[in-house]
Write a protein of this length. Structure first.
Length: 300
């Protein structure tokens, strides 16, 4: 597959490294070394798909242009729109043109995230009572110094979109809306710390911050027959998965533990998944309708 990488920042560099010889051109309006300044300059017949690593404000116009040309695209999360119709229109146009539209949520390819999904789907945990996620990194100063990132909902759209997608991946759309429990601007103009909650059939708490000076992720799933826990991601390893089986009427539960010490496998796995969709059909842009509407409501 012939791909064009649009945007040669941090994410673009990662995509170029993974796509390797598939990359036939790069696009960036300011970066030295880019083959083109604008995507419209790239000859239409020279590529099959684009990897969009660009600021949020320019995503939708680029996505629409690609769909109208019948091109596939992978776009970095999140896809944000003032109105859901903009995303619905893209889904409809893609159905007509045959374009594969894929929003990148690479954490779905974390081995322990897939392990958690399989465990929940198996029913072994029984009824899920509560899910608690924490995602923190120390990028507050980088975000503040960025010409475009320190605005709007801040960490809520940045890390919160990952957490919302994780919930969607594991359990689907919750039956109660999310509300903002806390949103603080400690160092930045936009929120750099936030907590959102949903108290429906499953109690859900999502905490995120740019002020965790050692990058960290934790997850706790509490259920009828036991609990499951994740500590850290592969890129920050070691990454640990624990499954505890409940002892009745009480007592210390037996525990299965899997520890991974490895490089981050998610970028390569996601790119291969995207290529498989381009060959066989699919896409996940419809998932962005829920994430977009949720983030819009929380941001307001």
């Amino acid at each position: 597959m012939r791909v064009v990488v649009v945007g040669m920042g941090v994410q673009g560099a990662k995509r170029i490294a993974v796509a390797g010889s598939d990359v036939v051109a790069t696009v960036d309006p300011v970066q030295d070394g880019a083959d083109y300044k604008q995507l419209a300059e790239v000859p239409t017949g020279s590529f099959d798909a684009a990897l969009l690593c660009v600021p949020d404000a320019v995503k939708l116009p680029l996505m629409r242009s690609l769909v109208e040309q019948g091109k596939h695209f992978l776009v970095e999360k999140p896809v944000l729109a003032d109105h859901d119709e903009a995303i619905r229109d893209l889904v409809g146009l893609a159905g007509q043109s045959g374009s594969i539209c894929y929003t990148a949520y690479n954490h779905r390819f974390e081995p322990h995230f897939m392990r958690m999904k399989a465990l929940i789907k198996s029913g072994e945990l029984g009824r899920i009572y509560a899910v608690r996620l924490f995602y923190g990194n120390g990028t507050a100063r980088l975000v503040r110094n960025s010409p475009w990132r320190d605005q709007g909902a801040g960490v809520l759209s940045d890390l919160g979109s990952h957490l919302l997608d994780t919930i969607h991946f594991w359990i689907g759309v919750p039956d109660a809306p999310f509300t903002v429990a806390a949103a603080r601007r400690f160092e930045n103009n936009s929120p750099d710390y936030a907590v959102i909650t949903s108290f429906g059939t499953i109690s859900i708490q999502l905490e995120m911050t740019l002020l965790s000076w050692r990058n960290h992720f934790t997850c706790d799933v509490f259920a009828e027959n036991g609990s499951a826990h994740i500590e850290s991601l592969c890129k920050w390893g070691p990454s640990v998965f624990r499954h505890r089986r409940r002892v009745l009427p009480s007592g210390r539960p037996p525990e299965d533990c899997v520890t991974l010490v490895q490089d981050d496998p998610t970028w390569a796995a996601e790119y291969e998944h995207f290529k498989s969709l381009c060959r066989g059909g699919g896409g996940n842009l419809a998932n962005d309708l829920w994430i977009n509407s949720t983030l819009r409501a929380l941001s307001s």
